[in-house]
Design a protein around this ligand. Structure first.
Ligand SMILES: Nc1ncnc2c1ncn2[C@@H]1O[C@H](COP(=O)(O)OP(=O)(O)OP(=O)(O)O)[C@@H](O)[C@H]1O
Ligand SMILES: [Mg+2]
Length: 255
């Protein structure tokens, strides 16, 4: 079982290898990692070090060859298809490098669609869309389509959409990969605010500016974690990031 009620993610000795064209790539090797509720964690490491593979295992998009992945106290590697669908629908929000907005829908419609998929009723959808766009600072752009928005604004819409089902966990794989450094810093600040509201945020990034915004950084190298897991050392191994006190836990989602 997970070690404490304050633990959102508990990755226990997870490995994942890919076998392609006669070769085996050990993308994730015996990784153990704990992430607290409301923590903002960044996974860094060079290209091919296994960051996306690890995020996919945490998000239930892929299953490990060995080890366990507890999210919110449940071992998601044991989930069948139906439980996994429920898990993705209610527990996880995703933000990707390339935003992934639907081009013919406005910012508000992109968010509203996510609310519809999450099962929100018609009456709630308008109100929640307004709230979410306000949360990401995009109220004045609600009617704009993606091509009428800057990259940073599109990523804000993507964050609003990812939060539509009020997930306790937000996964962001290279969320600033297509943005300039100043805009990227604003997106990390937004994710910082999301974490401060009680959502656990895990991001994989090459962006050096992440250091200024996260609670903790872990580094991957050739599939393994370089820095120590959270339960072994209170301080991060990577230089720079000031450890912030974790914010109080957000009250449970109302929907
Ligand atoms: N579906 C797959 N099939 C075969 N090999 C894969 C697959 N997915 C990832 N790999 C390999 O696993 C290793 C880790 O890939 P991963 O995408 O996790 O790295 P990453 O750290 O996210 O890299 P980047 O910073 O470039 O996004 C790489 O060597 C990659 O080629
Ligand atoms: Mg990657």
């Amino acid at each position: 079982m997970t070690s404490s009620a304050n633990t959102m993610i508990d990755v226990q000795g997870v490995s994942r290898a890919f076998h392609t064209a006669g070769t085996t790539v050990h993308a994730v090797r015996d990784v153990s990692l704990e992430v607290a509720r409301g923590e903002f964690l960044a996974i860094i490491g060079r290209s091919g070090s296994g960051k996306t593979t690890l995020l996919n295992l945490i998000a239930g998009l892929d299953k490990p060859d060995s080890g366990a992945v507890f999210v919110d106290g449940e071992d998601i590697t044991k989930y069948g298809d139906r439980e996994m669908t429920e898990f993705r629908r209610h527990t996880i929000g995703f933000v990707f490098q390339s935003f992934g907005l639907l081009p013919l829908l406005s910012a508000a419609e992109n968010v509203e669609l996510a609310l519809r998929i999450a099962g929100a009723g018609l009456r709630d959808r308008g109100r929640r869309t307004d709230e979410l766009l306000e949360q990401v600072g995009l109220t004045p752009r609600a009617g704009h389509r993606p091509y009428e928005l800057s990259g940073g604004e599109q990523q804000r819409v993507a964050v609003a959409r990812a939060l539509a089902n009020e997930p306790p966990l937000l996964i962001a794989d290279e969320p600033t990969g297509e943005l300039d450094s100043a805009t990227g810093a604003q997106i990390f600040q937004l994710l910082r605010d999301v974490a401060a509201s009680g959502v656990t945020v895990v991001t994989a990034t090459h962006d050096p500016f992440v250091i200024e915004h996260v609670d903790r950084i872990v580094e991957m190298d050739d599939g393994a974690l370089v820095s120590k897991p959270a339960d072994e050392e209170p301080a991060p191994a990577a230089p720079g990031p000031a450890r912030r006190a974790l914010p109080p836990r957000r009250p449970p989602p109302g929907v």
